[in-house]
Design a protein around this ligand. Structure first.
Ligand code: XMP
Length: 430
C-alpha cells in the first residue's frame, strides 16, 4: 500500500467528516470506521499509523456511553480521543484539534507520512480490488452519474474485462446522455458494456401515473427488474460494483449517527442474486470522487456533471408523463445547459434544469391562437441540498434562453423563472 492511514473511530460525533477531512487536508489518508470495530478488523487495514476516538453528541445512547473494545487501546497504535473522557489514551482533547495539535499527532506521535494523493489512492484501491476479486467477475450498474462512472473507470483499471457494465436507459435521461455513456465506456475505454434501451417499457409502466411517489416507485422498481434480468443472462458473476461514497453511508445512518434519510441504490436485488459488494469509493467525499475521475482520465463533462436525480426527467415532466412534454423537458434542458456553459454559469451554479407542468396556457403563434405548455427554469445554489437559494440570473441571459426555448422547442409558448428558495420549496418539483 502506498498510503499511511489514520483511523477515525465514530463514537457518535457529528464531526467525523470534519476530522477526517482535516487529516486529509494535512496530506494523510484517513478512514472513518464504526466504534465497534474489532482488533482483527483493524489489523486487516494496512498502514494504520494511529487512531482517533471521536466522541460527541450522540455518544451516550440510552444513558450508556459508547466505547471501543478495550483491546483497541492496547493493540499498539497511538490513540487519542476527542470529546471522549477516558484515561486509556495518549491524550485527550475536549474539542476539535487545531492544526498544530493535529500535525503534532500525525507527524510526531504517529510518524505518518503525508503521502495521500489521488494517484496513490487509486493505486491502493486497484490493488485492493484485485485482491478482493481475484479472477472472478464483477457486474456494475452504470448510470452515467459521477459516482458510477468513476467506479467503472477504477474497476476497469483494476480488472479490465472481468468487469461487465450495464447501462439501463429508462427513457428519462437528458439529451445525448446515454449516447455519451456508451461512447466513453464502450468506444473510448473498451469496457464490456451492455446497453439496454428500456424506454418503451418504462414509459408504458408510467402511463397515466400522476402521483410523484408512485412514479418514483415505478422507476426505481422497474430499474431493479431490468438490471436483474440482465444479471440473470450473465454467468459466473460473483461481485457487484457500487459507486457508494462516504456521504451515502452517513445518510443511511452510521451506527451512532442519527439517520438522515434512507439511501437508495441497487440494494433491492432478490435473495438468489446476492453478490458480494465492491465499493472502492466508499471512503471518499464528493470532491475527491471527482478528483479520482480526473486522475482516471474521464472527460470533464462526466466528472463535473451537476446532480441529477435517479428518476431523471421523470420528476421534471410533472404529473402523468406524456411523450410531448417529456420531449419539451429534454429539449429545453439541453438549451439551458448549452447557454449556461456558454456563459460560464455551469461552473458557478450548483444545479439548473427545466420542468414542464401538466397544464397548457393560451398564446399566439404565427398570428394564431396557441394552446401550449409552459417551461419553468430553475437554477439554485446550495452547500448540502438541504437548503437552497436561487441564482440571480442576468436578464439578458434569461432572455436568450427564453427566446431559444420558444423558438426551438415544440409545443411550448411560455417560459417562467422559479424564484423560490428551499424552504419552503424543494429543489425539484416532485
Ligand atoms: P429536493 O427536491 O428534495 O432535492 O430539494 C434535493 C437534491 O436531491 C436530488 N434528488 C434526488 N436524487 N433520487 C436522487 O438520486 C431522487 O429521487 C431525488 N430527488 C431529488 C435533487 O436533484 C436535489 O439535488
Amino acid at each position: 500500500m502506498k498510503q499511511d492511514m489514520i483511523v477515525v473511530l465514530d463514537l457518535g460525533s457529528t464531526e467525523n467528516t470534519v476530522v477526517a477531512r482535516q487529516i486529509r487536508d494535512l496530506g494523510v489518508y484517513s478512514e472513518i470506521h464504526p466504534h465497534d470495530i474489532t482488533v482483527e478488523e483493524l489489523n486487516k487495514l494496512e498502514n494504520v499509523k494511529g487512531i482517533i476516538l471521536n466522541g460527541g453528541a450522540n455518544r451516550v445512547v440510552d444513558g450508556v456511553a459508547v466505547d471501543v473494545a478495550p483491546e483497541i487501546y492496547t493493540c499498539g497504535y497511538p490513540v487519542i480521543s476527542i470529546d471522549h473522557p477516558t484515561a486509556k489514551c495518549e491524550k485527550q482533547y475536549a474539542a476539535l484539534l487545531d492544526e498544530a495539535e493535529m500535525k503534532a499527532f500525525l507527524f510526531d506521535v504517529c510518524k505518518a507520512e503525508a503521502n495521500w494523493n489521488m494517484k496513490n489512492f487509486i493505486e491502493d484501491q486497484v490493488e485492493l480490488v484485485r485482491r478482493q476479486v481475484g479472477d472472478k467477475k464483477v457486474l456494475l450498474a452504470l448510470s452515467g452519474g459521477v459516482d458510477s462512472s468513476v467506479v467503472a473507470a477504477l474497476l476497469l483499471k483494476a480488472i479490465g474485462d472481468q468487469l461487465t457494465c450495464v447501462h439501463v436507459n429508462h427513457g428519462l435521461m437528458r439529451k445525448d446522455e446515454s449516447e455519451s455513456v456508451v461512447d466513453v465506456f464502450r468506444n473510448q475505454l473498451n469496457a464490456n458494456l451492455i446497453y439496454v434501451d428500456a424506454t418503451e417499457r418504462f414509459l408504458g409502466k408510467l402511463e397515466n401515473v400522476a402521483d410523484p411517489e408512485q412514479k418514483r416507485k415505478i422507476i426505481g422498481g422497474e430499474f431493479i427488474r431490468v438490471f436483474e434480468e440482465e444479471a440473470r443472462k450473465l454467468e459466473g458473476i460473483d461481485f457487484l460494483g457500487q459507486g457508494t461514497i462516504y456521504p451515502d453511508i452517513i445518510e443511511s445512518g452510521t451506527k451512532t449517527a442519527k439517520m438522515v434519510k434512507s439511501h437508495h441504490n441497487v440494494g433491492g436485488l432478490p435473495e438468489d442474486l446476492q453478490f458480494e459488494l465492491v465499493e472502492p469509493l466508499k471512503q471518499l467525499f464528493k470532491d475527491e470522487v471527482r478528483a479520482a475521475g480526473v486522475e482516471l482520465g474521464l472527460p470533464a463533462h462526466m466528472v463535473y456533471r451537476q446532480p441529477f436525480p435517479g428518476p431523471g426527467l421523470g420528476v421534471r415532466c410533472l404529473g402523468a408523463i406524456t411523450r410531448d412534454r417529456l420531449e419539451a423537458v429534454r429539449e429545453s434542458d439541453a438549451i439551458l445547459r448549452e447557454e449556461f456553459a456558454k456563459a460560464g454559469l455551469d461552473k458557478k451554479v450548483w444545479q439548473y434544469f427545466t420542468v414542464v407542468p401538466d397544464f397548457k396556457s393560451v398564446g399566439m403563434k404565427n398570428h394564431q391562437r396557441s394552446f401550449d405548455y409552459t417551461v419553468i427554469i430553475r437554477a439554485i445554489n446550495t452547500i448540502d441540498a438541504m437548503t437552497a437559494t436561487i441564482e440571480r440570473l442576468d436578464w439578458d441571459i434569461l432572455e436568450v434562453i427564453t427566446n431559444r426555448i420558444l423558438a426551438e422547442v415544440p409545443n411550448v409558448n411560455r417560459v417562467c423563472y422559479d424564484m423560490s428558495p428551499k424552504p419552503p420549496a424543494t429543489i425539484e418539483f416532485e
